[in-house]
Design a protein around this ligand. Sequence first.
Ligand SMILES: [Zn+2]
Length: 425
Amino acid sequence: MTAYLVRNVSVVGAAPTDLLIRDGVVVETGAGLAAPDATVLDATGLVALPGLVDLHTHLREPGREDAETVESGSRAAALGGYTAVCAMANTSPVADTAGVVEQVWRLGREAGLVDVQPIGAVTVGLAGERLAELGAMADSAARVRIFSDDGHCVADPKLMRRALEYVKAFDGVIAQHAEEPRLTEGAQMHEGEVSTRLGLTGWPAVAEEAIIARDVLLAEHVGSRLHICHVSTAGSVEVLRHAKARGVKVTAEVTPHHLLLTDEKAASYDPVYKVNPPLRTAADVAALRAALAEGVIDIVATDHAPHAVEDKECEWAYARPGMLGLETALSIALDVLGPQWDLIAERMSRAPARIAGLDSHGLDPAPGVPANLTLVDPAARRVVEPAELASRSRNTPYARMTLPGRIVATFLRGEPTVLDGKAVK
Ligand SMILES: [Zn+2]
């Protein structure tokens, strides 16, 4: 089997040390390790993080392989420093049966670049009318534990209650796309001063906050785990703070783009900035950053949403919502949080692995730990060139921006998926 000796690396920001990886496991750490059979990597100046874990990825397969495949999305993830991604259920067909989730899970294993953990739909066809086969998906080879109708809100409170009750038996979690649909009919962007100026129909913050408020109360009543996808408003943060203070089992994510970009971007009418939930105000961005630092928001999740050119490069009103995220997330986190490595490891690896129940991920590199890790060069700066991305799609909102940090290497179970910043396969 293979061995790698990573020399002079800072593990999660600590003083430099050596890491010896053998047969998929970190076997030894310390200064001046020797292993004549090992491939040596000089990691001077680099930081080792536990491999990143994305709780919210759209891989588009089956159904829209022109936008992304499990393989191309897995490669994008590895290049972004990820070792595991949770694949959202809004594929075609929808991942609402054991058969479809097993298909996605198998495709992930065949690609072998990250662990692909399928998310199952909450309702049949994402239609919000009756529960999907949650138990069959949980019992399948994919062992689904997260269920979400993402892209659609589970708006019916009775159905949401039943879903929360159902998944409690196997410690599952319902990940809610919080959007009261009656309040967002025809919405094109955040409802506020900019939408008034541009004459576009607004998506009010209360449409998100009302669903989160309802669902934390339902989760408390039932005693189940609830996760809130892509929190985007200051008001949502206050609802979550209140719920957590009451002991509700709720976790929440924020996307890189909601931590960086505001609704002023819509003034360009460039549909690359169209996303759901929409980009919000500078005050919301500030509240989300503070909540992430504080822990009211538990994790950063990308909501990586690849779209084919014809679905994105068109008039604003017709463009699909969504942005790429996997290959730039760590850089945005570094830009927003600075080199707070322990915080970045917690919000982008340890906590998402815990929420998803991925036991071999989210563990800091140490003797005996599975070698799922990534090496970051914090001093590097990169210009984002859409044509150079591994994703099949090009809808990055960061085109030609200069971002801090570069992923130098990623290891999945001791085997490199990325070396010298390039995908190994
Ligand atoms: Zn969503």
